[in-house]
Write a protein that binds this ligand. Structure first.
Ligand code: PHE
Length: 339
């Protein structure tokens, strides 16, 4: 019996050394240690042995069982390690491989131009002021010297929300808000979105963007306005740019002017951009009307000021040679990627 046991031991250990995967290992365990396994059978037959033989054989059988269990355990561990190593090898990441490229966003052309405008005025000591897009009729019109039924209202087709609440038609109401809450000296620009009930075409959109400028202090003159606008025009359109003022009328400034810059396409000789004129209109400006200062609690006998308002779309289209305003609002990536 002892000999039979030794045979089983060497058979089992030999088989164990040839096991190459977990399935074979489990099969081997069943073959020897399972309910009907070879070793189990022998242990079951021990009852038939004599009392002297029993402990001797029992000891050997137990030794073999232990040795087999340990052997199986260590082979199982080795197989698991091999499995993990294999997985690590096959799932290895090549960090030198080129990645998938993510599309990068970029600034909208309107934002580019607005940033340039802000830089110029911040450089001259201006602050940025903002106001709401939903305004009162008072801030948008009345306080700007445009009473009800004033013909100037017809030039700004207004989206009314109620009789006295509207979508601002220009950034000028921010002037009013600022003058009512700040004492001179005042030096601000007010960028923002404005609304007019215009039909959409190549040069009109019911939503567009303006930048308002306002300076109020003692002794501010038209000369200061012209000098400021010169700096601005050169900053945006280049050092050689000239400006020209044409008399105009705005209810909130007196005197008022429309301001042209010499054409950046042809330097004033006439081209497609300026339609042969040599000049391109870019903004409205003037000296703040005494009625407006007074309405905001500023004494026009002591203080004077200038204001100007420009359309960001117009300047952006001019500078980049964009001939249809709709392109600025459609957000087609093929268009936006060019800037
Ligand atoms: N608010 C005017 C407009 O939108 C522009 C402007 C502003 C003109 C300030 C003069 C002074 O048409």
């Amino acid at each position: 019996m002892k000999q039979k046991l030794e045979e089983i031991r060497s058979q089992a250990l030999a088989a164990l050394s040839e096991v190459s995967d977990v399935r074979e290992l489990e099969a081997l365990k069943v073959e020897y240690l399972g309910k009907k396994g070879k070793l189990t059978q022998i242990l079951k037959g021990m009852g038939k042995l004599s009392p002297e033989e029993r402990p001797v054989v029992g000891q050997v059988a137990n030794e073999i069982r232990l040795a087999l269990e340990e052997g199986i355990q260590s082979v199982r561990e080795r197989l698991n390690r091999e499995l993990i190593n294999q997985k690590l090898k096959s799932e290895v990441i090549d960090v030198t491989m080129p990645g998938t490229k993510k599309d990068l966003g970029r600034k909208h052309p309107l934002t580019n131009i607005l940033d340039e405008i802000k830089d110029i005025f911040l450089g001259m000591g201006y602050e940025i002021a903002e106001g709401p897009e939903v305004e009162t009729d008072y801030n948008n019109f009345e306080a700007l010297n445009i009473p009800k039924h004033h013909p100037a209202r017809d030039t700004q087709d207004t989206f009314y929300i109620t009789e006295n609440v509207l979508l601002r038609t220009h950034t000028s109401p921010v002037q009013i808000r600022h003058m009512k809450s700040h004492k001179p000296p005042i030096r601000i620009i007010c960028p923002g979105r404005v609304y007019r009930s215009d039909a959409v075409d190549a040069t009109h959109s019911p939503i567009f963007h303006q930048v308002e400028g306002l300076v109020v202090d003692k002794g501010v003159t038209m000369g200061d306005l012209i000098g400021t606008l010169q700096v601005f025009a050169k900053g945006i359109f280049g050092e050689n740019t000239k400006i020209r003022l044409r008399p105009h009328h705005f209810p909130f400034t007196e005197p008022s002017a429309e301001v042209d810059v010499s054409c950046w396409g042809c330097n004033g000789t006439g081209c497609r951009i300026c339609k042969g004129e040599g000049w391109v209109e870019i903004l409205g400006a003037g000296m703040v009307h005494p009625n407006v200062l007074r309405e905001c609690g500023i004494d026009p006998e002591i203080y004077s000021g200038f204001a100007f308002g420009l359309g960001i779309e117009r300047i952006t289209m001019g500078k980049y040679g964009i001939d249809d305003m709709r392109l600025l609002f459609e957000n087609d990536m093929r268009f936006l990627k060019q800037f």
